[in-house]
Design a protein around this ligand. Structure first.
Ligand SMILES: [Zn+2]
Ligand SMILES: [Zn+2]
Length: 288
């Protein structure tokens, strides 16, 4: 198999390691390619996005790693860019897209508190509930539907190469505290979103980052949603959303097996000329 991971962070955003350390970890894991995808810039100062003044250094660093390790691994310059309700991608993100090999389109922000500060669905449950109370009159269903509508809007308008962690909302849904994925309205919201994505060129990632960081017991998207993705023949790739070198291939073998069990025949991987399909190979349970 062509081993790859296109969703990795470094100390240019909220990751722990340098891009070079991530590359060396990928080589150690016999990867054929690696995408470096720092959180792109946003207008407000955060502790997880790249700082405006670091953007050029980031691009130069990744491009020099590309050259330095070209005999060992293919490196792609990427970013995880925020699609923000009511704004979309900022002008800066739109101009960066043209300089990147690919990007991951992600929805983290869903609204603003009454004090004007933006909130994300993946910070913690208290912040999320406050955001839903202040922005959606406490209506969880409305907030979840708006989240999937925002992803649909992003997919329809921009067809991001990769759509990040499709059901990120689940990070704060331990013990179904917010909703039960099996409820009709929820499945309907996801279905509508997938029906938009299936008519675009976007790939959906199977993301193990929530599990790697012990936030969730399941990958993004859930197995229930992956089955819906399979039914629609939407292409998928396995990524780990690694914030450290240790997580560079977190549970990849399990995800290959899961994808095959669900009925996916192929995973995709990125090349200079776009996406290629590959058959799924995985080791059985005895593999460590
Ligand atoms: Zn993300
Ligand atoms: Zn990420």
């Amino acid at each position: 198999m062509h081993l790859t991971n296109l969703h990795t962070h470094s100390f240019y955003c909220d990751g722990k390691n340098s891009p070079k350390e991530m590359v060396l970890a990928a080589i150690d894991n016999n990867f054929n390619s690696l995408g470096i995808s720092s959180h792109g810039p946003v207008n407000e100062e955060t502790d997880w996005n790249i700082k405006y003044e670091k953007i050029e250094e980031y691009i130069e660093t990744v491009n020099s790693l590309k050259e330095k390790y070209k005999d060992k691994i293919e490196i792609f310059l990427g970013m995880e860019l925020d699609y923000i309700p009511g704004i979309g991608f900022t002008e800066l993100c739109l101009s960066l897209m043209k300089r990147l090999d690919y990007y991951i389109g992600s929805v983290h922000y869903l609204g603003t508190f009454k004090n004007g500060v933006r909130w994300t669905v993946d910070y913690n449950i208290d912040e999320l509930l406050r955001g839903i109370n202040e922005g959606f009159q406490g209506n969880i269903r409305k907030a979840v539907e708006t989240y999937y509508e925002t992803i649909s809007e992003m997919a329809e308008e921009f067809q991001p190469p990769i759509i990040g962690h499709l059901n990120l909302f689940n990070k704060n849904n331990k013990n179904n505290i917010l909703f039960d994925e099996r409820e009709d309205w929820y499945r309907e919201a996801v279905k509508k979103c997938l029906n938009v994505i299936k008519n675009t060129s976007s790939v959906i990632e199977i993301n193990t980052g929530g599990m790697a960081r012990k936030y969730t017991e399941e990958q993004y998207p859930s197995t229930l949603i992956l089955k819906m993705i399979r039914e629609r023949n939407i292409p998928v790739i396995v990524n780990s959303d690694a914030h450290t070198t240790e997580d560079i291939a977190y549970k990849f073998n399990d995800m290959y097996k899961l994808a095959a069990d669900i009925g996916f025949r192929h995973l995709v991987y990125l090349t200079k000329d776009g996406w290629e399909k590959q058959k799924i190979n995985y080791c059985d349970e005895n593999y460590i």
